[in-house]
Design a protein around this ligand. Structure first.
Ligand code: 0RA
Length: 708
C-alpha cells in the first residue's frame, strides 16, 4: 500500500526539524502516540472492512519479509488461531529490546506504541517502522484488542502484552533459551469494534502470501489454519512443484517456498502454455541502491502478460520500471537480430508490440523511497528507476542472448512472425478496405433493412441471437428501423486479436450495414443510420457482446461515438401486474417503488413458494416463465415477471417498452463509456482463465451496467 498522507506530512515536518537542529538524516524520527490511529483507522489501513482487516496481517508479515530480505530470516509462519487471533512468527534476529534513547522505552515498545513518520527508526535505520507497505506495526497494535510480542534474542525469551495499543505491563524475561535461538512472534486480535468484518479469508491470505513468497526468493512462508475443525478437501495447484500442500482434517497448512523467486512465478503463470524458450530468463542486479529483478519467458500465444512490482506491491498501472524494461527489450532484441542476421539491412525494426507478443514477464524492483502515483496509487513514479532498469536489464539480456543462442533464435523467430502477421494483417485490411471493396458487397442477408433511405431518421438495432432478432423484426416500425441479428459466435473472439475480428462474418456484416467503410476509407457521410442501437440480453452473454461491440466501435469507429450515433437500448427488467393494471419496470429500485404504489410494502424478491396455490401455477404455465413471482401483501395480489432475455417479450411488448421512440429509454454511449468497455475487453481477453471467470461471475452485474 502506498504511504498514507498523514505520515508523509509528518515526514516533511521531520525533515524541517532536522535541518534546524542539524541532525543527520539517519536520526530522523518523529514519534507520535497511537490516538489518531483509533480515531481514523481508515487513514492508516485504507478501510475497516475486509481489505483493512487483511492488511493487518500483511503489515506484520511485511516486517518479517524485510528481515528475510536483509538476509537474517528464512522461515515465516502465519497461524490463524481460534477467536480471531493471528500469530506471525519468524526466525530473524528478533526486534531489539534494549532501551531506545529518544523515547526512554524499550525499542520493542517504541515500535509498537509510536507512529513512525520518518520511515526510519533511530540510528540503526531499523526498517521495522515501515514494513514495505509503509504504515508500521504500531498501527496493527492500535487496532487490536490484544497483542503479544515475544522476542527471542540474547539468550532470553522476552514477552510483552498490549491492549488496544497500550502496554499491559513492562517487557518481561520469560525464560532462558540458547543464545543462538532468535526470532520474533506477534500474536494479535483485530478489534471488532473497529472492523466491520473479523473473519479472515483463507483464499485471500493464501493468494497474497503465495505472491509474496514468489517475490522473496528463498524464504519459506508457512500458513496454518487452526481456527475450527472441519473436513478439508482441496487439491494442490497443478504444476506448482516447489510448493507442497499438506492436508489434515481440521487443519490446513500451506508451505510456499520458491527457490527461483519470480522465475518460479513465470513458470507458474505459463504452466498451461507451451513455452517458446527452453530457459526462463532471470536476472537480479542492484544499482544505486535499487534492486532490479526481471524474469520472462515467451509462449505460443499472442497475448502479452506483464506484471510489475515495486517493493512487493503490485503496480497495476506500471510506471518507470515498466517503461525502462520495455525500451530495453525492444532495443536489445533488435540489436541482436541485426547482429545475427535475422534482420537484414532492408528490413524494418521489430516493433515494441512485435517483441511483446506472447511474452510473460515480471519486473520487480525494490527502492528506498518508492513514489506511488496514478489513479489508484499503483504506478511507480521514481524517475531514476527507469534508467536503472533499462541499463541493468540491457546488460543482462544481451549476455543471456549470447549464452543461450537457441533461446535467442526462438525469441527472435517469434517476434519476426509477429511482425510478419502484423504486416500481413495491415495489408489484408488495406485490401479489404480499399475503396469499393466493402461497397461491392451486397447488404448482408440477415439485415432486415428499413424502407427509409434518409439516414437521419433511420435506426439500426443490433440484437443478439436469431430468436431475439425475430421478435425485434416483428415488433419494429419497418419504415425507419432496421434490425441486424448477430450470432453469439462473435463471443469466441475473447482470445483472438481485434483485427482478426474484422475477418469475422458477423462483424463484417455489421461494417457493411453501417455503410461508412473502415480505416482510412472511413467516411461518416456514408453512415446509413444515425442511431445505432445495441440491444442485448440482461445476462452475462449479453453484457459480453455489448462490451465487445463497444470495444469495436471504440477502436474502429470512434467518430460514430463522438458524433453521438451509438446507443444502448434499455429493455425493462420486470413487469408488475396488479389486477388489470400493469407497468414495466427498468431497475430494482424502481421495482420497489412500483410495488409500493400497488400497496405492497418492503418486498424482497423470493422464489416461488412451492406450496403456493393453483392460481399462480396456472399463470406460470400460461406465461411459460420460471421467473414469475407472486407477492401477496395487504390482501392484494401483485405479479412480477422478470425478463431474462429479449426473447421472453412478445413483439408488441418489445416495441412498447424498448423500441417506440415515444416511450423507450436509451443510453447514448460516450467515449468514456467505450473506453471503460475497452478496458474490460482487455481483461476478458486475458490469458488466465480463472481471473476472467471470477471477473465474469463477480462483476457480471457491473459489466452489464457498465454503467450504461
Ligand atoms: C531492526 C534491527 C534488528 C531487528 C529487526 C529490525 C527486526 C524486526 C522485525 C520485525 C519482525 N521481525 C523482525 N525481526 C527483526 C536487530 C539488529 C541486530 O540484532 O543487530
Amino acid at each position: 500500500m502506498p504511504k498514507e498522507p498523514a505520515p508523509e506530512a509528518e515526514e516533511k515536518k521531520a525533515k524541517k526539524a532536522t535541518k534546524k537542529t542539524e541532525y543527520s538524516a539517519d536520526q530522523i524520527t518523529v514519534l507520535e502516540g497511537l490516538d489518531p490511529v483509533r480515531k481514523r483507522p481508515g487513514m492508516y489501513i485504507g478501510n475497516t472492512a475486509e481489505a483493512g482487516l487483511h492488511h493487518m496481517i500483511w503489515e506484520v508479515v511485511d516486517n518479517s519479509i524485510d528481515e528475510a530480505m536483509a538476509g537474517h530470516c528464512t522461515d515465516i509462519t502465519i497461524k490463524l488461531l481460534p477467536d480471531g487471533m493471528v500469530e506471525v512468527s519468524d526466525n530473524g534476529r528478533g526486534i531489539p529490546v534494549e532501551k531506545h534513547k529518544q523515547t526512554g522505552l524499550s525499542a520493542l515498545e517504541t515500535v509498537l506504541t509510536k507512529l513512525h513518520a520518518g520511515g526510519k527508526f533511530g540510528q540503526g535505520g531499523y526498517k521495522v517502522s515501515g514494513g514495505l507497505h509503509g504504515v508500521g506495526v504500531s498501527v496493527v497494535n492500535a487496532l487490536s484488542t490484544y497483542l503479544k510480542a515475544e522476542i527471542k534474542r540474547d539468550g532470553w525469551l522476552w514477552a510483552q502484552e498490549y491492549k488496544q495499543g497500550a502496554p499491559k505491563g513492562k517487557i518481561k524475561k520469560v525464560k532462558k533459551i540458547p543464545k543462538t535461538t532468535t526470532g520474533t512472534t506477534m500474536t494479535f486480535q483485530a478489534d471488532p469494534t473497529i472492523f466491520t468484518v473479523t473473519e479472515y479469508s483463507w483464499k485471500t491470505i493464501i493468494d497474497h502470501l503465495r505472491q509474496q513468497a514468489y517475490l522473496t526468493k528463498g524464504v519459506k512462508i508457512i500458513i496454518i489454519d487452526e481456527r475450527e475443525i472441519k473436513e478439508v478437501k482441496e487439491s494442490s495447484e497443478e504444476g506448482e512443484k516447489s510448493a507442497d500442500v499438506e492436508f489434515t482434517v481440521g487443519k490446513k497448512k500451506y508451505t510456499f517456498y520458491f527457490e527461483g523467486g519470480i522465475a518460479s512465478y513465470i513458470r507458474h503463470l505459463n504452466r498451461n502454455y507451451s513455452a517458446k524458450q527452453l530457459n526462463i530468463f532471470y536476472m537480479d542486479a542492484t544499482e544505486d541502491e535499487v534492486q532490479v529483478e526481471v524474469a520472462f519467458q515467451y509462449v505460443e500465444e499472442f497475448k502479452e502478460s506483464v506484471f510489475t512490482f515495486a517493493n512487493n506491491i503490485h503496480t497495476t498501472e506500471g510506471g518507470m520500471h515498466l517503461t525502462g524494461f520495455k525500451s530495453a527489450l525492444t532495443r536489445n532484441l533488435n540489436a541482436y537480430a541485426r547482429e545475427k542476421g535475422y534482420l537484414k539491412e532492408k528490413d524494418d525494426n521489430l516493433s515494441a508490440e512485435d517483441v511483446r507478443e506472447g511474452l510473460t514477464s515480471i519486473v520487480s524492483v525494490k527502492v528506498q523511497e518508492p513514489q506511488f502515483e496514478g489513479q489508484t496509487k499503483s504506478k511507480l513514479g521514481n524517475a531514476e528507476v527507469r534508467g536503472i532498469v533499462e541499463s541493468t536489464f540491457s546488460e543482462k539480456l544481451s549476455m543471456w542472448l549470447e549464452e543461450n543462442p537457441r533461446d535467442g533464435e526462438a525469441v527472435i523467430g517469434k517476434a519476426l512472425l509477429a511482425a510478419q502477421a502484423r504486416k500481413a494483417a495491415k495489408a489484408a485490411r488495406e485490401t479489404v478496405l480499399r475503396k469499393g471493396a466493402l461497397e461491392g458487397f451486397a447488404l448482408p442477408g440477415k439485415l432486415a433493412d428499413c424502407s427509409s433511405r434518409d439516414a437521419t431518421v433511420s435506426e439500426l438495432y443490433i440484437v443478439e441471437g436469431d430468436s431475439a432478432g425475430g421478435s425485434t423484426k416483428q415488433g419494429r416500425n419497418r419504415t425507419f428501423q432496421a434490425v441486424l441479428p448477430l450470432r453469439g459466435k462473435i463471443l469466441n473472439v475473447e482470445r483472438a486479436r481485434l483485427d482478426k475480428m474484422l475477418a469475422n462474418n458477423e462483424v463484417k456484416s455489421l461494417v457493411i450495414a453501417l455503410g461508412t467503410n473502415i480505416g482510412e476509407q472511413f467516411n461518416i457521410e456514408d453512415l446509413r443510420y444515425h442511431r445505432i442501437i445495441i440491444m442485448t440480453d440482461a445476462d452475462v452473454d449479453g453484457s459480453h457482446i455489448r462490451t465487445l461491440l463497444l470495444t469495436l466501435f471504440y477502436r474502429y469507429f470512434p467518430d460514430l461515438i463522438i458524433a453521438g450515433h451509438i446507443y444502448i437500448a434499455q429493455p425493462p427488467l420486470y413487469m408488475v401486474e396488479h389486477g388489470k393494471s400493469s407497468e414495466y419496470v427498468y431497475d430494482d429500485q424502481e421495482l420497489q417503488k412500483s410495488l409500493k404504489r400497488f400497496g405492497v410494502e418492503d418486498v424482497s424478491l423470493v422464489e416461488e413458494d412451492p406450496s403456493a396455490g393453483t392460481e399462480e401455477e396456472a399463470a406460470e404455465e400460461e406465461e411459460g416463465s420460471e421467473e414469475e413471482q407472486t407477492q401477496t401483501a395487504s390482501k392484494k395480489k401483485v405479479r412480477i415477471q422478470r425478463y431474462k432475455g429479449l426473447g421472453e417479450m412478445n413483439p408488441d411488448q418489445l416495441w412498447e417498452t424498448t423500441m417506440d421512440p415515444k416511450t423507450r429509454i436509451m443510453k447514448q454511449v460516450t467515449i468514456e463509456d467505450a473506453a471503460a468497455a475497452e478496458e474490460i475487453f482487455q481483461m476478458l481477453m486475458g490469458i488466465e482463465v480463472a481471473p476472467r471467470k471470477r471477473f465474469i461471475q463477480t462483476r457480471a452485474k457491473k459489466v452489464e451496467n457498465l454503467d450504461i
